[in-house]
Ligand binder design. Structure first.
Ligand code: UFG
Length: 340
């Protein structure tokens, strides 16, 4: 039986890498994307990696008629729901845009899954649901959720709540909520990677763009946090490892009935901003033009995953190192510059 997995946001950064992993593991990904925050060249990149172009269903997850037509056309084995807005700063300025898109998309997915009796859903969540850690910075899944620091974060928090309520009312659903820490890197082939729109918000693409000369200077947000060197600490996870976690999650759900599991996807190790900058220079030999600037509003001081649950129940753990991620991100940036 063909194992079609609907991947909403499948042309995006994490989505496209997951499409590769799914294909390599015997699934048939169906990419649903409206290309609002994805680059069409991803399709060509996927073709080069896979040797064929995956099925593309172009449209919006918020368009329920469109979504329904997909469920009518394919016997869907599972859904991985990435499609959502993700820019923290923009969400502060345009909260309604975020609530509408991120919550409606999920509601449409759940409605169709219930109507068409599709059981397995992997939902793309974030460590933002933990808010600012109180005390211990290593998050376990049982850590009570806390107030996120942005409307974007609240959409993930609320989505998790929606999922919890929906599964109570529909116990045949199986849902894995993956709480990502900080995804970085690119596919080793550099046929796919991240395409930040405008100035990057995230650290790694800002570093690579500064290194290549696309940005003049990296501003390190704050230097007096109570951390190892005064800069914020995060858990940077290679996007390839993250993609594989989704495949493991789909395969875990296949054998279950009525499960809901929230699972951290991180390395279990925190690194400061300065540690990342230093690692970049050591790994690539390229100096970064950077200086300290004011703290960024809403940044949590320090957070990293306890990733034991992913290992126990999914048989997944991060295999790639921060140096792998730096090399892959840097090679991707150089490739982008060369193909301009
Ligand atoms: N940073 C800088 N300068 C920059 C960019 C980032 O110093 O130009 C620092 C930030 O202050 C932070 C670290 O680098 O300490 C990582 O910042 P990112 O923006 O890359 O990542 P965040 O941890 O802030 O955000 C990520 C996801 C969000 C999610 C959040 C949850 O990108 O989607 O984690 O904590 F909401």
């Amino acid at each position: 039986m063909s194992k079609y997995v609907l991947v909403t946001g499948g042309a995006g950064y994490i989505g496209s890498h997951t499409v590769v992993s799914l294909s390599e593991n015997g699934y048939i990904p169906l990419i649903l994307d409206n290309f609002e925050n994805a680059n069409r060249s991803v399709l060509n990149g996927l073709h080069k990696i896979l040797g064929f172009e995956p099925i593309l269903l172009e449209g919006d997850v918020c368009d329920n008629d469109f979504l329904k037509s997909i469920f009518l056309s394919y016997e869907i084995h599972g859904v991985i729901h990435f499609a959502a807005y993700k820019a923290v700063g923009e969400s502060v300025k345009e909260p309604l845009k975020y609530y509408k898109n991120n919550l409606l998309g999920l509601i449409n997915i759940l409605n169709n899954m219930i109507e068409f009796r599709i059981k397995n859903l992997v939902f793309s969540s974030s460590c933002t649901v933990y808010g600012e850690p109180k005390g211990i910075k290593e998050m376990i899944e049982e850590t009570p959720k806390n107030s996120p620091n942005s409307p974007y974060g609240w959409t993930k928090w609320m989505s998790e709540q929606i999922i919890e309520d929906v599964i109570k009312a529909n116990p045949s659903l199986n849902i894995a909520v993956l709480r990502y820490f900080n995804p970085v890197g690119a596919h080793k082939s550099v046929f796919i990677g991240e395409f930040p729109i405008g100035k990057p918000n995230n650290l790694m693409p800002y570093i690579t763009q500064t290194a290549i000369g696309k940005q003049e200077k990296l501003i390190v947000f704050g230097n007096d946090y109570p951390t190892i060197d005064g800069t914020c600490v995060r858990d940077y996870i290679h996007v390839i490892d993250l993609a594989e976690a989704h495949v493991k999650a789909i395969s875990f759900l296949e054998s279950k009935s009525g499960v809901l599991e929230a699972i951290n996807i991180g390395t279990g190790k925190g690194l400061s901003v300065l540690e990342i900058i230093n690692a970049f220079t050591i790994e690539t030999g390229v100096q970064i033009n950077w200086e300290f600037g004011p703290k960024r509003k809403g940044d949590v001081t320090e957070i990293f995953a306890n990733a034991n649950k992913a290992k126990t129940i999914l048989g997944w753990e991060a295999k790639l190192s921060i140096n792998d991620a730096i090399n892959d991100a840097w090679n991707w940036e150089k490739k982008l510059a060369a193909t301009k």
